[in-house]
Ligand binder design. Structure first.
Ligand code: PLP
Length: 396
């Protein structure tokens, strides 16, 4: 019998992927599943990006590239960061990776030593704790609640900082809450870090998906923040390119970027060369994705209206493509004699009894909620909410 390393037991398999698998299995059996579990746009990648990939292959861009990415893509990322985020970087500060997930991992790898603390703000994206643990780090979780729109107060961060704090991961717009921090809120948070050498890992992957008059700002913009911040972003969500696996980090210095690409060089080398070429084309014409944002904005309205009409308590957030539904009032009740004690119980009932896939938020640090994605058509949203409401009525 082989003996596994401790590391192999550290991480929990992704709950979202497990739910998707269950939903796909039911679909394959011919069952009409409404899948609110998905964490990706349902649109195909826009044609101009696909055309660029075809051209890349025809031109023979099918070889290894520099580990940190082609100079063309890194320049396109620098141009994007300058024009859209008012942040100045050189290509030497950019590392392109296999998705933003690897960018996050690279940043944590170069920052976190055994026993170092990383502050997470709950609800958080479920991979953060596992990525931190894989680097030997210890998660210090600050819980936020819906009464403040899941926003963190600067004072709460101040209290969580210890001499072992190495980094904080911030995520706006947030998965799963959809919370979008305003400039003023981010500026107040930034002030907490001015006198510290704590790194800020700013996950901005949902930056384009903001609605209701809100807008995205990067914390790296505020005084003294640039030199501590790793801006993480990628193509998956805004450009409907989840399968292409392109993410990137903008590091505070060329030295930090070099260390990140050093780690990556021994793990995966460069990200896919064709996808890199296509991503450069995508970034140079990002106005072309507005139709998707407009569609998400419409679906968000439909989702919230449908939930409210059915007296289902939900969070009206302004970003990403998720709505959190509060299910705590159902805990302690029963469905046809089966006890309901957790969000996971409710997600299991929904998939088994109503063919509706949702994500229970225990692994996002939010035990009282399930997460519904509105990256699906309006008719499906209506039908799915109808089924949820039906099932909830039977939990007594
Ligand atoms: N960050 C957040 C908050 C996410 O929700 C996701 C994907 O779900 C990622 C990062 C990773 O994106 P990718 O690795 O596809 O670029």
């Amino acid at each position: 019998m082989v003996k596994f390393a401790k590391r192999a037991g550290l991480v929990a398999p992704s709950m979202t992927l497990a739910i998707t698998e269950q939903a796909n299995k039911l679909k394959a059996e011919g069952i009409n599943v409404v899948n609110f579990g998905i964490g990706e746009p349902d649109f195909n990648t826009p044609q101009y990006i696909i055309d660029a990939a075809l051209k890349a292959m025809e031109k023979g861009m099918t070889k290894y590239t520099a580990v940190a990415g082609t100079i063309d893509l890194r320049r396109a990322i620098c141009d994007k960061l300058k024009s859209e985020n008012n942040l100045s970087y050189t290509p030497e500060q950019i590392v392109v990776s296999n998705g933003a997930k690897q960018s996050l991992y690279n940043a944590l790898q170069i920052l976190v030593d055994e026993g170092d603390e990383v502050i997470l703000v709950a609800p958080y994206w479920l991979s953060y704790p596992d990525l931190v643990k894989l680097c030997g780090g210890v998660c210090v979780v600050i819980h936020t609640d819906e009464s403040k729109g899941f926003r963190i107060e600067p004072e709460e961060i101040r209290k969580a900082i210890t001499p072992r704090t190495k980094a904080i991961i911030l995520n706006s717009p947030n998965n799963p809450t959809g919370t979008v921090y305003s400039r003023e809120e981010l500026e107040a948070i930034a002030k907490v870090f001015v006198q510290t050498d704590i790194a800020i890992i700013s996950d901005e992957i949902y930056e384009k998906l903001v609605y209701n008059g809100t807008s995205h700002s990067s914390i790296a913009e505020f005084p003294n923040m640039y030199e501590k911040t790793f801006v993480i972003n990628g193509m998956s969500k805004a450009f409907a390119m989840t399968g292409w696996r392109i993410g990137y980090a903008a590091a505070p210095t060329a030295e930090a970027a070099k260390k990140m690409s050093g780690i990556q060089s021994h793990e995966t080398s460069n990200a896919n060369s064709i996808a890199q070429y296509a991503s450069a084309a995508a970034l140079r014409d990002s106005s072309a994705i507005q139709y998707m944002v407009d569609e998400f904005a419409k679906r968000r309205k439909t989702m919230i209206a449908e939930l409210k009409n059915n007296n289902i308590e939900c969070i009206e957030s302004d970003g990403a493509f998720y709505t959190m539904v509060k299910v705590k009032s159902l805990f302690g009740k029963t469905y046809k004699g089966i006890p309901v004690t957790s969000a996971l119980d409710i997600a299991s009932l929904l998939i088994k009894e109503a063919a509706v896939a949702v994500v229970p938020c225990e692994s996002f640090g939010a035990d009282s909620f399930i997460r519904l994605s509105y990256a699906l058509g309006e008719d499906d949203i209506k039908e799915g909410v109808r089924r949820i409401a039906d099932l909830f009525r039977k939990i007594v």
